[in-house]
Write a protein that binds this ligand. Structure first.
Ligand SMILES: [Mn+2]
Length: 124
């Protein structure tokens, strides 16, 4: 079994970056070989948070870096438009998200969707 790549949505915000790091920490403790990644450069807010906490930013992926057939875990998104372009050719093991469900798959997977509110009427 190869490495599992964990990443949030394109143009990542703070919850996308931090959730990939937290999920990678959990999955590592569960015995899986994983790498936290990001589909873009962290913004200024996220940079501040990572610097403040002394945490390294996850590896930034370019489109095409995740090869077809790779194992992935999605965090903070499930909408294919916000993900890698070959999402339908990878093996999604899990999704942990707080957005509306947009994705369907032809196979079963672990899916946790919890409507965590960051602001009163704003889910991001
Ligand atoms: Mn987000």
């Amino acid at each position: 079994m190869g490495k599992t790549y964990i990443f949030g949505h394109k143009n990542p915000d703070t919850d996308s970056i931090t959730s990939s790091l937290v999920m990678a920490n959990l999955e590592t403790k569960l015995g899986r070989d994983v790498e936290a990644c990001a589909l873009g450069t962290p913004n200024k807010e996220t940079e501040y948070v990572l610097n403040y906490l002394g945490i390294s930013a996850p590896k930034i992926l370019k489109d095409g870096d995740i090869l077809d057939g790779s194992d992935v875990i999605l965090v903070d998104h499930n909408n294919p438009e916000e993900s890698i372009s070959n999402l339908d050719s990878v093996n999604i093991l899990k999704i942990v998200d707080h957005h509306c469900v947009k994705l369907s798959t032809s196979y079963p997977l672990y899916y946790r969707a919890e409507p965590v509110r960051m602001h009163r009427d704003n889910y991001v």
